[in-house]
Structures are given as structure tokens and as C-alpha cells.
Design a protein around this ligand. Structure first.
Ligand SMILES: N[C@@H](CCC(=O)N[C@@H](CS)C(=O)NCC(=O)O)C(=O)O
Length: 262
């Protein structure tokens, strides 16, 4: 997706880097980590998605899917977190967050696309079912507003089901199985290396660590037995960008769900 033409033209006037984002959003975490790693100054437009602050005609005019994050850079509007972080690395190349062209770059791209591919059907489905359909359910007024604004059929279907807790058992089992498979692969990949792609921290790590964090904290997903993943997460948690981009934006009073063993 990447660069889009917004119908809300007010953002075309914005100068510098502006991020529309949410504290609890794992996709927003990716962009905040990238901005902090690069030491880029940015202006925050925080939307509390728990309170449905993103369900407005103004925001759907910026991001037609009504999702966070959206980056606006000197009036250029970029959506989709994987495209945004790649855009940032291309536009502001220092320090590089992608391995040089070659096999490691391909590994990075594969992890990045895999994170995107599993987001709605596995990550979001699992988190909303475990935690959010109570806390994030749309009121009837919000639902009506959402149904008018949202044109994306998959997202409409997702919110109809998540709001009423009506995912089928098959959908829930498939979500959990996808997550288990991905994190087992991640654990394997990290057996012999510190980072997911190449010798340095990269966009692949940035794409996956928010999934680790939110699945763990919001959904009580168990990482028992995945010691390489746990050690990798600790390495990332020790980076200053993690505190600034993840912990400092975490909503006060949002308590972790206890971790369940498999
Ligand atoms: N593929 C999109 C997914 C964005 C997404 O689902 N964002 C979530 C937060 S992580 C959101 O806006 N949720 C609110 C909603 O679904 O209404 C991306 O990577 O940017």
C-alpha cells in the first residue's frame, strides 16, 4: 500500500514527521521504535483506540482503513506499518535498519511480510478474543459509525465478530496454531544468531518484538519453552528505544493478563 492520497486534505499541509498512532497498538510500536532508533524528531497525534478515537470521518479521511499507524511526512501520507518502517529506513538511512542487499535482506523482508500476513487472522483475532471483546467492544453508536465509515470487508467482518465474541472455534484454533508455528520458527532462527536477519538489529526485529510484547501482556500468550525468543526480547528491551517507544506509551492502568501455560 504505502503512499496514499488522503481525502482529508488538511494533512497535506503538515511539515516534518507526524505520526497518528496508539499506545497499545503493536503496529504503532514498530514505527515508534524505528523513529527512536534513528533519533528522528516527530509530532504525535495520539488516538486512544480503546475509546474509539480513530472512528471519525476525519481519521478515515487520512487512513481509509481507519487503522493506526499513519505517518505523514511533509504532506506525504503513508499507511501500513511495514511500509512505513521501510519508508523511514530508505528516507533516513542512518543508522541502517536493513541489512545490505543480499540473502540477509531477503530474510528480513520475509519476516516483515510474515508479520503483516498473520496480523488480522492470528494476532488480532487472538488478542481480541482473549482480552479485547469486553474492553474494546464497540457501543451500538460506535458500531453504527464504524459500519458507515469502513469500506474494507475483512475489517468489517472482523469487528462484527470480535465485538460479539463470535469467532468460530476453528478460527480461534487456526489463530493460535499460526502464532505457535511462527514463534517456534522465530525460536529456531534465533538458535544461532542474536537478531532475526543478519548480524544487526533490523526491521525484522522491530516488526516482531511488538507482537511478542502485546501477545504476552494483552493476551497472556505463553512463551514457555521458547528460550531463544525470550533472550532476544530481553536484548531488545535493553535498548533505549524500547522504553521510549513501547513502555512510555503504554496506557496507565492497562494490567497484564496472567500468562497461561500452553
Ligand atoms: N496492516 C496494518 C494493520 C494496522 C492495525 O490493525 N492497527 C490496529 C492497531 S495494531 C488498529 O488500528 N486497530 C483498531 C481497529 O481495528 O479499529 C498495519 O500494519 O499498519
Amino acid at each position: 500500500m504505502g503512499v496514499i492520497t488522503p481525502t482529508n486534505e488538511s494533512v497535506l499541509e503538515l511539515k516534518g514527521l507526524h505520526l497518528y498512532h496508539a499506545g497499545v497498538s503493536n503496529c504503532s510500536m514498530r514505527v515508534r521504535i524505528t523513529l527512536e532508533e534513528k533519533g528522528l524528531p516527530w509530532t504525535s497525534h495520539h488516538l486512544n483506540i480503546l475509546k474509539k478515537e480513530h472512528i471519525t470521518p476525519e481519521y478515515f479521511g487520512i487512513n481509509p482503513n481507519g487503522l493506526v499507524p499513519t505517518l505523514v511526512h511533509d504532506g506525504k501520507v503513508i499507511i501500513e506499518s511495514d511500509d512505513i518502517i521501510e519508508y523511514l529506513d530508505v528516507t533516513f538511512p542512518e543508522p541502517a535498519l536493513r541489512p545490505p542487499e543480499g540473502p540477509d535482506r531477503e530474510v528480513m523482508e520475509t519476516w516483515l511480510r510474515r508479520a503483516t500476513a498473520i496480523h488480522l487472522k492470528a494476532v488480532k483475532t487472538h488478542i481480541y478474543e482473549k482480552r479485547m471483546h469486553g474492553q474494546m467492544a464497540q457501543s451500538s453508536e460506535q458500531k453504527e459509525k464504524y459500519e458507515k465509515l469502513q469500506k474494507n470487508e475483512s475489517l468489517l467482518e472482523f469487528h462484527r465478530k470480535s465485538g460479539s465474541g463470535s469467532f468460530t472455534q476453528q478460527e480461534l484454533d487456526a489463530a493460535k496454531a499460526t502464532l505457535d508455528e511462527c514463534f517456534a520458527d522465530l525460536n529456531k532462527e534465533l538458535e544461532a544468531r542474536e537478531w532475526l536477519a543478519g548480524d544487526s538489529f533490523s526491521l525484522a526485529d522491530i516488526a516482531w518484538v511488538p507482537l511478542y510484547f502485546t501477545l504476552h501482556v494483552l493476551a497472556g500468550y505463553s512463551f514457555d519453552g521458547l528460550s531463544n525468543v525470550a533472550a532476544w526480547a530481553q536484548r531488545i528491551e535493553a535498548r533505549p528505544s524500547y522504553k521510549k517507544a513501547v513502555l512510555d506509551w503504554w496506557p496507565e492502568g492497562m494490567q497484564p493478563l496472567p500468562q497461561k501455560t500452553a
